[in-house]
Design a protein around this ligand. Structure first.
Ligand code: SAH
Ligand code: SF4
Ligand code: F3S
Length: 348
């Protein structure tokens, strides 16, 4: 009888897309999907390492399913994939010696995805990150930037059946620093967008995640403004509204430059709505610097703001900086979340 598998996915859209490739790899090897994690012969946890909380969630699920497979004497195989094993395999093996192994994303990407049935469909165009923001584990988990060729990307898109799909998401840790090729010639991100819109008429709407403010070129704004098929929701993580903190974070822009960019976007494409990410309680952040982040949120008018309390990640530059007390981090996170909620209710 064929083996069954189930994949539990943590983290970002990229991980969701990776899970589709993991599923494709398992199916290529004869396994069949089951909706029941407990009943699966092969259970994969595709993990996220971005914050301590994300890792704790994975450890919790690992313990749960290890307990269940022992209790049921099911012989289930338990595998880990994604960003946690990518940067601390040895520690994981120590903490969870009962694991049956690790599944490699690069290998899984060689297999066609088994796509989720959702209005969103995902295609990864670049992986990795060269930015080394001081707080972030992603460059360590995902490695340096690698862009796929336009030929590869177009071939993948042309295989997608867009019936019932509302939007194609192009994914990358730093999507707008895409630097691929087409016909052997260098190809920029805006040129790739244009190419996809021209060559793939079946694509209903085109969106992309995640853009770095420092890579929002005029050429990119031009394409967004010109092309109604590009999604009007643009995610542009600010992380902080304080220049000193932004410099410590190694973000490569000041608060004024970020504000000028949002103004430039609104002038060029007034129907674009912005969302952002803010980290509260970065090491050494003062109350006044935290208020700068609140002011940025109040004054920019985002349609969504994702917030997180700073979480130290081993091996990152910020992990060497003096940390704030956890209760200060928690209080600031609470405060900015309240601000965001009050802005929301003021709108509706
Ligand atoms: N490549 C994307 C996403 C990175 S991770 C980008 O550059 O924006 C997604 C979000 O998690 C980040 O935008 C940041 O706000 C948050 N984040 C990353 N590392 C964190 C940490 N150590 N502590 C708290 N939040 C963090
Ligand atoms: Fe992390 Fe910064 Fe790279 Fe985003 S741009 S993945 S926050 S290092
Ligand atoms: Fe995504 Fe989490 Fe990795 S946000 S890139 S799965 S650390």
């Amino acid at each position: 009888m064929a083996q069954t598998y189930h994949i539990i996915t943590f983290g970002c859209q990229m991980n969701k897309n990776d899970s589709e490739h993991l599923a494709g790899m398992l199916e290529f090897n004869g396994a069949k999907h089951t909706a029941e994690p407990e009943a699966a012969d092969i259970l994969v946890l595709n993990t996220c390492a971005v914050r301590d909380k994300a890792e704790r969630r994975v450890y919790g699920q690992l313990a749960k399913y290890n307990f269940l497979r022992q209790k049921n004497n099911s012989g289930q195989k338990l595998f880990l994939s994604g960003c946690m094993p990518a940067y601390n395999k040895t520690e994981l093996q120590k903490a969870a010696p009962f694991l049956d192994g690790f599944l490699d994303i690069e290998e899984a990407r060689q297999y066609p995805p088994r796509r989720e049935n959702s209005p969103e469909v995902w295609v990864t165009i670049m992986q990795g990150c060269n930015n080394f923001c001081a707080y972030c584990i992603v460059p360590r988990a995902r490695g340096r930037e690698r862009s796929r060729t336009a030929e590869d990307i177009l071939a993948e898109i042309n295989k997608i059946d867009f019936t019932g799909r509302a939007v194609l998401f192009l994914l990358g840790q730093n999507v707008n620093s895409y630097a691929g090729t087409f016909n052997g010639q260098p190809l920029s991100f805006p040129a790739l967008l244009q190419l996809i819109l021209t060559k793939c008429p079946a694509v209903p709407k085109l969106a992309f995640l995640t853009s770095h403010p420092k890579d929002m070129t005029d050429a990119l704004l031009e394409v967004i403004a010109r092309e109604p098929r590009i999604d009007r929701e643009l995610h542009l993580p600010a992380q902080s509204g304080s220049d000193r903190i932004l410099a410590l974070m190694n973000r490569g822009y000041t608060a004024a430059q970020y504000r000028a960019l949002t103004a430039r976007i609104r002038a060029r494409a007034p129907d674009v709505q912005l969302s952002t990410d803010i980290i509260a309680g970065f090491p050494t952040e003062t109350e006044a610097e935290f208020e700068d982040s609140c002011r940025l949120v109040r004054e920019t008018g985002f349609f969504r703001v994702n917030t997180a309390g700073y979480s130290a990640r081993r091996g990152t530059a910020a992990a060497q900086m003096p940390r704030l007390e956890q209760k200060i981090v928690d209080a600031r996170l609470n405060k900015i979340n309240q601000l965001i909620n009050s802005l929301k209710s003021a709108h509706t």
